[in-house]
Each structure stands twice: as structure tokens, then as C-alpha cells.
Design a protein around this ligand. Structure first.
Ligand code: ADP
Length: 469
């Protein structure tokens, strides 16, 4: 609909332009051209009159040429130049007229226009009995012995000049006719490279605003406003992605909240109505505590990430000994290690290794990485945390000999709520948020984190921190 209106407008504009051009050329253009032709004609006739004056009229007055000879010669000139020539005495009597056979006349021009000879050029005038329609006259006086003897007048009908104008305007009109398809082509190009894309951009923006991303904005050929088009495409992708993230977030959050809440509710009701015998209550209360902790961890992580999104990761940097921090965290994990019969191996290239960073946040990074290493380790294996100085950095390695990460998941583990299917079954406590937080924190420090993993053999997470000076 929108494009039909645009096409209609373009056609109207095109027709308006074509008609205006046509009218302009045939009115103002033609008028200007005719004025120019009259001017040119005046100059031509003036030169011709001068020439005739020198060539023949002088001879006529010095009796070198008789009247008949003069009349004959002037007639030839008039015939060739398609003009009319008069020879007029000082009193206005026309002595010779090339239009009359034998040059004969007997008329006096001053009787119809006493001011006739006061003008060199007289255009668009008509004298009954003297002219056939409107005429252009050029008058030139001739002298002999410093005495004015008469005038030579050359005239041409205005119609013949106008006809010449019409001839040129026909020519211009043909050019215009040839130009109109070109103009149509220009309009088509403007339509394709401007109107269509702008309309599409408008439609796409409206669709995006409605949350409809089904029809992506496609701008295939080179267009104007290309930058705007790319920006809209980029905006569409971002919005689509944002919507998708939002949808995934809600479905993940609801899913992760639903199962612990269901089991808590089920066990509490069972304890209340006595379905669970008194002696088993302890066991089920432990499950309730486990599920509550899971919910607590999930909520804390969501709030933390939300806070990162709103305010960025706010860092309170300080210098601290990373090796000491690792030792403290290892102590906190002692119980868990024992339960899974794991051995914690700490390897430090130096006794103390001072780094610059936010101690609380780096502690969280280490905690999440070691927690994952423990969770995904095979029973009776080793978890190794190692630090090493490399240039101006300290590199921290957290390695386990556990289930590893499938190749297809390796790039996704940093995404919010991402858990590999396998781990979902094994680790019900996980939220899929731990590594997202880790990545945000390390990146906020301007550092890198990466992982090397072999499914079935284990994983090693590696991140860097700046060495304190
Ligand atoms: P979770 O809370 O589920 O551990 P994370 O964001 O910390 O969430 O981890 C995302 C997913 O990455 C985990 O569910 C797991 O599938 C995988 N993963 C993380 N660390 C390891 C590891 N050391 N070994 C194997 N898989 C891991």
C-alpha cells in the first residue's frame, strides 16, 4: 500500500515535471528564442543594408547604374535573402520596391508613418498597403557629398522569423521527447535507491517496534542512506537478540525456580501431615535446606549479573597475594574434597605473588572455577590450581580430571544459564550462571579467560591478572 502511494506520487511528480518542461519550452523558451532571432535578423539586415549601400546605391546616384539595373540587382539580392528592399527618397517617396515588377511604386511611407525613418530598427509593425502582415524594417540613410539623399530599407515578415523560431522549438520539443524516457529512468533509479529502501526501513522499524522480527530488512542493491539501513539492520538484530535473551532468561529462571520450590513444598506438606515418619524428618529437612541453598545461590547470581548489566562491574582494586587467596579457598573446600575423595594440588612458581585486582571479585572467580572443577571431577581424582608469572602478568590455571566439556558446548559455557545436558543430570545445584559471572569479572579487569577441555579427560580454565609493581 505504502509503495503504491509512493509510485503514484513519483508518477505525478514525473508528469508534473514533464508538462512544466513542455510548457516552459513552448512559452517562455520560445518567446526568448524568437526575440533572439529578431535581434539576429536586425543585425543581418543592417549589415546587408550597409553592403548594398556600398555596392549599388552609390552607383545609382553617381549614374554608374541606371534605375533598371539597380532594380534588377536589388531584386536578385532580395530574392536570395528572402527580403524586401525599398529605395526611398528624402520625402518618403518609394523610388524602388523589389516586390513591384520593374521596381515601380508611387507610394510615400511617411504618409502612413511620419516617424518611419527616425528608427534604424522597427519590428512587429504593419502598414496597410505597404506590408503583408507584421514586418521587421531596417532603415539606413545614404549620403552623397555630405547631403542626405534618401534611405535604403530592408524588411522581412515577422512570420518568417517566427516560423524559424517554431522550427527550432520543434527541434527542442523532439529533444524533450527523447529526454523524457531518460528522466523516467532517473525517477526509477531514485525510486529504487531511495523510496523503496526508506519505505522498507520504515516498515522494518515498525515491525521491530511491534516485536515482529520475522521479516528481516533486506537491502540488496546499493542504496542511498546505506548507513541508516545498516544501523536499522543492526538494531533489529540487537532487539531480536535482546528479546531472545529475555525469553530464555524467563524460561530458565522459571524452570530453575520451579523444581526446588515443588520439592520444598512437597516435603514440607509431607512432614506436616505426617506422611514422612518422625525418624526420617532429618533427612528430608536436609533436602529442603539443599534446595533452599540452591534457590539462594540462583537468586544471588541473578541479582549479581543484573547489577553488572545496570552499573557495569564496579571494581575496588587493591594489591593482594593471589597464592594466599588460593590457599584460603582450598581450605574452605576441604570438606567437599574429602567427600569426593579428591586431592587438591596447589603449585606456585613463587611463594608470594602480588597482583592488582578486586580481591572480593577475584575470590568469586576462583571459587566458581574450583567449585566447577570439584563438581565435574571424577571421584578419586586431582584438582590442580597453579600460578605462574609471565611478563607483567600472573597466569592462574584451574585444572580437573573430570568429565570435560563437549566440543559443541565449549563456546557456550560462558552464556547465561547454559549447562551442558550431561551436567544438568549430574549437577542439579548448578544454575549455568557461574561462568558468566567469572567472564564478566575477568573482562572488567581488562584480562582474558579461556578453557581447554577434552571430553572424558578433564578441563583447564586459564585466566590472567596484572602483576603488582
Ligand atoms: P553451573 O552453575 O551450572 O556450574 P557455570 O556457568 O559455572 O554453571 O557452568 C556452565 C556449564 O559449563 C556447566 O553446567 C557445565 O556444563 C560446564 N562446565 C563448567 N565448568 C566445567 C568443568 N570444570 N568441567 C566440565 N564442565 C564444566
Amino acid at each position: 500500500m505504502r509503495s503504491a502511494v509512493a509510485v503514484g506520487k513519483m508518477i505525478l511528480l514525473y508528469l508534473a515535471l514533464a508538462v512544466t518542461l513542455f510548457l516552459l519550452l513552448n512559452t517562455l523558451g520560445l518567446d526568448l528564442m524568437q526575440r533572439k532571432l529578431v535581434k539576429e535578423k536586425e543585425e543581418d539586415l543592417y549589415s546587408e543594408a550597409n553592403l548594398l549601400l556600398e555596392e549599388y546605391i552609390g552607383g545609382y546616384y553617381t549614374d554608374n547604374l541606371n534605375r533598371e539595373e539597380t532594380a534588377e540587382r536589388l531584386s536578385i539580392v532580395a530574392g536570395v535573402t528572402n527580403t524586401r528592399i525599398w529605395l526611398t527618397g528624402i520625402s518618403g517617396d518609394i523610388i524602388l520596391d523589389t516586390k513591384m515588377v520593374g521596381g515601380a511604386t508611387g507610394k510615400n511611407i511617411l504618409k502612413v508613418d511620419p516617424a518611419f525613418f527616425e528608427y534604424t530598427f522597427l519590428s512587429d509593425v504593419a502598414y496597410e498597403g505597404f506590408t503583408e502582415g507584421k514586418t521587421l524594417f531596417v532603415n539606413l540613410a545614404f549620403y552623397r557629398d555630405y547631403v542626405k539623399r534618401g534611405y535604403i530599407t530592408i524588411s522581412v515578415s515577422m512570420e518568417s522569423i517566427y516560423n524559424e523560431g517554431v522550427y527550432y522549438s520543434d527541434f527542442v520539443n523532439i529533444c524533450l521527447l527523447l529526454f523524457l524516457p531518460v528522466l523516467l529512468g532517473v525517477f526509477a533509479i531514485i525510486y529504487c535507491t531511495n523510496i523503496i529502501p526508506v519505505n522498507r526501513m520504515g516498515e522494518a522499524t515498525l515491525n521491530f517496534a511491534k516485536g515482529d522480527f520475522k521479516e528481516p530488512l533486506e537491502l540488496t542493491y546499493p542504496i542511498e542512506f546505506g548507513g541508516l539501513g545498516s544501523a536499522i539492520i543492526y538494531m533489529g538484530d540487537k532487539l531480536k537478540n535482546f528479546k531472545e535473551v529475555q525469553r530464555r532468561f524467563l524460561s530458565n529462571v522459571s524452570h530453575d525456580f520451579k523444581s526446588p520450590l515443588t520439592s520444598i513444598k512437597g516435603y514440607v506438606e509431607a512432614i506436616k501431615d505426617g506422611t514422612i515418619p518422625k525418624e526420617d524428618e532429618e533427612k528430608y529437612l536436609d533436602i529442603i535446606i539443599f534446595e533452599t541453598e540452591r534457590l539462594q545461590k540462583l537468586t544471588t547470581n541473578i541479582l549479581e549479573l543484573n547489577n553488572f548489566d545496570d552499573n557495569g562491574v564496579v571494581l575496588h582494586k587493591a594489591e593482594f597475594d593471589i597464592n594466599k587467596m588460593i590457599k584460603q579457598i582450598a581450605l574452605a573446600f576441604e570438606g567437599t574434597f574429602k567427600k569426593k575423595k579428591l586431592v587438591m594440588s596447589l603449585v606456585f612458581s613463587q611463594k608470594e605473588q602480588f597482583v592488582v585486582g578486586d580481591p572480593d571479585k577475584i575470590q568469586q572467580v576462583l571459587y566458581n572455577l574450583i567449585d566447577n572443577a570439584v563438581k565435574f571431577s571424577n571421584v578419586d581424582s586431582v584438582v590442580r590450581v597453579r600460578t605462574e608469572e609471565k611478563g607483567a602478568k600472573v597466569v592462574v590455571y584451574v585444572k580437573d580430571y573430570g568429565i570435560g566439556i563437549p566440543k559443541e558446548s565449549i563456546n557456550k559455557i560462558w552464556d547465561r544459564f547454559y549447562k551442558t545436558d550431561m551436567s544438568r543430570g549430574r549437577d542439579k545445584k548448578g544454575s549455568g550462571l557461574g561462568l558468566s559471572i567469572v567472564k564478566e569479572i575477568v573482562t572488567a579487569h581488562g584480562e582474558n579467560i579461556s578453557v581447554v577441555s577434552t571430553p572424558g579427560a578433564g578441563s583447564e580454565f586459564v585466566f590472567t591478572l596484572p602483576l603488582a609493581k
